[in-house]
Structure formats: structure tokens, C-alpha cells
Design a protein around this ligand. Structure first.
Ligand SMILES: C[S@@+](CC[C@H](N)C(=O)[O-])C[C@H]1O[C@@H](n2cnc3c(N)ncnc32)[C@H](O)[C@@H]1O
Length: 242
């Protein structure tokens, strides 16, 4: 594990020194992540329709853990509203090559999380992050601290199939490894039938790589000023393109 080299710009936006890119814009970060990843994967509806006890999410780039926290809160809301539903457990798998230190993560969470309930979840996450697998009652979090190229094998070895992907590398031009065709092909193979992905990116090569990996890809309205983003799914009928 390497120490992250996080820097804060003059607007208090956290930036990766490795990639010279923002983790997120501090204003609206939670709304944006909810819009792109939770709503983009239609998770509230999908939880309701799920016919198995476990729902599994995969993410490329754990970063600050903010997307995980929002998802966790969404799942707790679902369980509270539907205590008798067959879906009882959420599994979250992510990968991170440049983990933040605990103090960096605390600082980021303090800068962006204002909701009391989410703050409590963030505290639990901060305390457990030294472990590669964290258990929070009915929610489990596993992080592979390695390069993303090892992530598919990490999942395959555990026979994990992903119901929803959060593709969340830094900007594709600065972080192409997180958007490669070989990665998406491997992710496609690990996607359950009808499984979905969401990403804030709408870049041309990202779209092409997702399509050639087998995903059905749709361009959708992006968050705020962003014109477009990509959503998609694994078609139950076609097989992946070679
Ligand atoms: C935009 S951030 C992810 C934000 C995160 N999902 C969150 O909720 O804060 C992208 C992350 O991908 C990680 N990353 C970039 N290249 C990587 C690689 N080759 N392998 C694994 N992680 C990588 C970065 O260190 C960074 O934490």
C-alpha cells in the first residue's frame, strides 16, 4: 500500500497528486454521486425487484468512500421501508491503488458530509478501514488495495457476480487504465444477467470500450452542467463480443 498524496486547492477541493484530478467538487458531491451511481443504476427500484438475499455492487476506484457511504445509506433506507423483503444483504467490492490515509479520509468526509446519519456511517467506515474487509451488520465492504488490472481476478476467485457497477476512475484522459477495453471486458464477464453500470463519463473511447465489451450503452443527461453520462446493462440475450 502506498500513501496517497492528496492536495487541496484554493476552493477546498480534494485533488489527487498522482492524477492531478479532483475526487469530486465539494459543492454537490453527494447529489452528483446519488444522481450518477444510485439513480443511474436505478438502485431503489432494483432493490425492490431483487429476488435474492444479496445484492452486489462493484466499483472501480474507492477513493474517499463517498459513493459507498451513499449506497450504504440508501440500502439502510430500503431495509427500513421493507423489513420483510427477501433482499437482506448488500456486498460492495472496490479497488484502490492509492488509498487515502485515515486522517485524509476524515478531513474529506468532514468537508463534504453534512447529514447527521451519513456522518455516523462515515465514522464507522473510518474506524474499520484498516481492514480489507469491513462488516457493518448487513453490509459488507471488500477493498482490493492493488492495481485495477487485478480486480477482475480478485472477484472471479470468490465467484462474485456484480449486479451494478460504479465505474469511477479519474478523468479518462488522465487515468486511461480505469477505462480500458480489457478491464470492461473482464467486468462484463463478471456482471450478472440484467446487471447495470453507471459512469459520469461520456468520453468517446469509454463508450466504444463499453460497447465492444458487450454492454448495451445509453447516453443520458449528466449531472448539473455536465451534458452527458453513460448508463448501460448486460443484455440477457447477446453474448459478449470477442
Ligand atoms: C474519482 S476517484 C474515485 C472516487 C470514489 N469512488 C469516491 O467515492 O470517492 C478515482 C480513484 O481511482 C483510483 N485509481 C486510479 N487509478 C487506479 C488504478 N490503476 N488501480 C486502482 N485504483 C486506481 C484513484 O486513486 C482514485 O482513488
Amino acid at each position: 500500500m502506498q500513501n496517497s498524496t492528496l492536495i487541496w486547492d484554493e476552493k477546498h477541493t480534494p485533488i489527487s497528486r498522482y492524477f492531478n484530478d479532483v475526487y469530486f467538487n465539494t459543492d454537490g458531491a453527494i447529489d452528483e454521486r446519488t444522481y450518477v451511481f444510485i439513480n443511474g443504476n436505478k438502485l431503489s427500484e432494483r432493490f425492490l425487484q431483487h429476488k435474492q438475499p444479496i445484492f452486489t455492487v462493484g466499483e472501480t476506484g474507492f477513493g474517499t468512500g463517498l459513493s459507498f457511504l451513499i449506497l450504504w445509506q440508501t440500502f439502510l433506507g430500503f431495509r427500513k421501508q421493507h423489513p420483510d423483503h427477501i433482499l437482506k444483504k448488500l456486498q460492495f467490492f472496490s479497488v484502490e491503488k492509492y488509498p487515502l490515509t485515515q486522517s485524509e479520509m476524515i478531513k474529506i468526509h468532514e468537508s463534504v458530509i453534512h447529514d447527521q446519519a451519513l456522518k455516523l456511517l462515515a465514522k464507522q467506515l473510518q474506524q474499520q478501514l484498516v481492514n480489507t474487509t469491513c462488516l457493518f451488520n448487513n453490509v459488507s465492504l471488500s477493498i482490493l488495495y492493488n492495481d485495477v488490472s487485478h480486480f477482475p481476478e480478485f472477484l472471479a476467485k470468490q465467484n462474485i457476480m456484480i449486479d451494478a457497477w460504479f465505474f469511477d476512475g479519474f478523468s479518462p484522459s488522465k487515468n486511461p487504465d480505469m477505462w480500458s477495453e480489457s478491464l470492461f471486458k473482464a467486468c462484463y464477464q463478471l456482471t450478472s444477467l440484467g446487471g447495470t453500470f453507471a459512469t459520469y463519463s461520456a468520453g468517446g473511447f469509454v463508450r466504444r470500450n463499453l460497447i465492444s465489451s458487450g454492454f448495451i450503452v445509453n447516453k443520458c443527461q449528466g449531472f448539473g452542467v455536465k451534458r452527458e453520462m453513460l448508463l448501460g446493462y448486460k443484455n440477457e440475450i447477446t453474448s459478449p463480443k470477442k
